[in-house]
Design a protein around this ligand. Structure first.
Ligand SMILES: Nc1nc2c(ncn2[C@@H]2O[C@H](COP(=O)(O)OP(=O)(O)O)[C@@H](O)[C@H]2O)c(=O)[nH]1
Ligand SMILES: [Mg+2]
Length: 298
């Protein structure tokens, strides 16, 4: 069995930085990591990548040959990769014996909530390489500072989870910067736990720009609440403890934690019922650390 992470999220949410930090952390705890760059729009890579999509196709060539913009070019590249998935498979096969994979994906979110190529080629790789993947969706915590943007992030996370059908962890990234975006309307656990969005709607209604979308916002929030699937953990990629906590969640989601134990039902269940780490105390500690001087309104 081979384990790995599919790192996704809007442009600038921190995916490439994450792959770099995560590969360093995992190497430190003794895992052999292979980072696979599948984003042809990534400039200078901070990590050494085992496989780079640039060896297969270059975004600039696609854009000039097919008269496409950057967005259309990236969609083309992913469709091209799907058609040439044997290329990626042959590159990953030799590594799959003893490596843990980190896939650095493009930031075009439509690739993950309504486009089929990514899902299709990942499904193919999962089968052929016996992969166990967790999707890690990074959302810049800056989006919490605007209720409308936060609702969009919830919808994005939900639709990606439903479309990709992979074990999934949503992450508010760059949490070290949360204190610099001004006073948040609620405490951090409100944003991570996604428990009662009626408060958010009330807050949105105060803003004349969003008041006219009251009914729409309310319906969208109900969709998110009714599914009850979305919540977030937080990440500061520079902080070992923060990365370590996230690794625990990811390991639980893709089953890595079970890989080293004997096939005993008792042992499995002991781990399976272990506490999830996005409990109140942890979020409160993160709030304390990064939002020290903030007063919050309940
Ligand atoms: N403060 C802070 N900055 C971060 C963090 N993660 C990424 N960044 C910065 O966010 C910017 C975009 O990161 P990048 O990894 O290129 O995003 P990508 O487009 O999703 O691959 C870069 O300037 C990073 O240095 C973080 O945890 N904290
Ligand atoms: Mg990137």
């Amino acid at each position: 069995m081979v384990f790995g992470q599919v790192v996704i999220g809007p442009p600038g949410s921190g995916k490439t930085t994450y792959c770099n930090g995560m590969s360093q952390f995992l190497s430190l705890i003794g895992r052999k990591v292979a980072v696979v760059n599948l984003d042809p729009a990534n400039d200078a890579l901070p990590y050494e990548c085992a496989v780079n999509i640039e060896e297969l196709i270059k975004l600039e060539d696609v854009m000039s040959q097919h008269s496409l913009g950057p967005n259309g070019g990236l969609m083309y590249c992913m469709e091209y990769l799907e058609k040439n998935i044997d290329w990626l498979e042959s590159k990953l096969k030799p590594l799959s014996k003893d490596h843990y994979f980190l896939f650095d994906f493009p930031g075009q979110v439509e690739l993950f909530f309504n486009h089929d190529s990514t899902k299709k080629f990942l499904t193919k790789l999962i089968k052929s390489l016996n992969l166990r993947l967790t999707a890690v969706q990074l959302i810049d915590c800056h989006l919490c500072s605007d209720p409308g943007n936060y609702v969009s992030s919830l919808l994005l996370s939900l639709s990606t989870m439903l479309h990709m059908e992979l074990p999934h962890v949503n992450v508010l990234s760059k949490i070290d910067l949360i204190g610099s975006y001004g006073k948040l309307a609620f405490t951090l656990d409100f944003y991570t736990d996604v428990q009662d969005l009626s408060y958010l709607q009330h807050h949105l209604n105060q803003d004349p720009r969003s008041a006219k979308y009251r009914k729409l916002t309310s319906e969208l929030c109900s969709v998110v609440e009714d599914y009850g699937l979305v919540n977030f953990t937080t990440l500061d990629i520079q902080d070992k403890e923060s990365v370590g906590n996230l690794v625990k969640l990811i390991d639980k989601a893709n089953g890595y934690i079970f890989s080293g134990i004997d096939a005993s039902v008792v042992e499995y269940s002991k781990i399976a019922v272990g506490q999830a780490d996005w409990d109140y105390n942890r979020v409160a500690a993160v709030q304390e650390k990064y939002m020290k001087d903030e007063e919050t309104i309940d």
